[in-house]
Write a protein that binds this ligand. Structure first.
Ligand SMILES: [Fe+2]
Ligand SMILES: [Fe+2]
Length: 199
């Protein structure tokens, strides 16, 4: 092992965990603090679960999941290009902590490509897993998605159900088969509830 790659993962993970959590709980976070328990943590858990199943780099997955939306939580102005800003911020944080350079590149790549709407090639396992885990949390955290639909976007009952159903279908289509297996029951329940609301 080179000197450069001697790092304490435990220390780095604690630092990143704290930064990501503080960003969620910062009063300026327009997604509000529910983003921590109902998005960042589920995405991290799904990423680790898929990573264990498929042999991904668990350190890379954990760090990328914790920081994937970091910039948007810090400032809503970053939301539009939050994959770019979060990737840059993650790189800066991990460099300053002396983390392994190759792994930093992998974290950066996974964050850059985590959005389905962004055309960055997901040609590595960790990028594919993070994008799946992000989409899985939209389906598994239905109550939080209701909050987003009706609380944040202020949709009325039916238009909100239509909006959310379309969003969930887009998310479902982005999930890798092993991820779909994990949440198929949640997907069926969410679909049933939303379809019932659309007359
Ligand atoms: Fe995101
Ligand atoms: Fe996300």
């Amino acid at each position: 092992m080179s000197i450069e790659s001697k790092y304490s993962y435990k220390k780095i993970k604690e630092k990143v965990f704290k930064l990501a959590k503080n960003a969620c709980f910062n009063p300026a976070n327009e997604y509000t603090d529910t983003a921590w328990e109902h998005h960042v943590i589920p995405v991290t858990n799904f990423a680790l679960k898929l990573g264990k199943k498929l042999g991904g780099d668990l350190e890379v997955l954990e760090l990328a999941a914790l920081l994937h939306d970091y910039s948007a939580m810090l400032d809503i102005k970053n939301a539009k290009d939050h994959h770019i800003h979060s990737a840059r911020m993650a790189t800066d944080i991990l460099n300053s902590e002396g983390y392994d350079k190759k792994k930093i590149k992998k974290v950066e790549k996974a964050i850059l490509s985590h959005r389905g709407s962004v055309n960055v090639l997901k040609d590595d396992l960790e990028s594919k897993i993070l994008a799946s885990a992000d989409a899985m949390s939209h389906i598994s955290e239905l109550a939080d998605m209701f909050y987003l639909t009706y609380g944040v976007h202020k949709h009325k009952t039916e238009e909100g159900a239509e909006w959310l159903l379309a969003k969930l279908e887009r998310s479902w289509s982005k999930i890798m088969p092993e991820g779909k297996d994990e949440i198929i029951e949640d997907y069926k329940i969410a679909k049933k509830i939303l379809e019932k609301a659309i007359v």
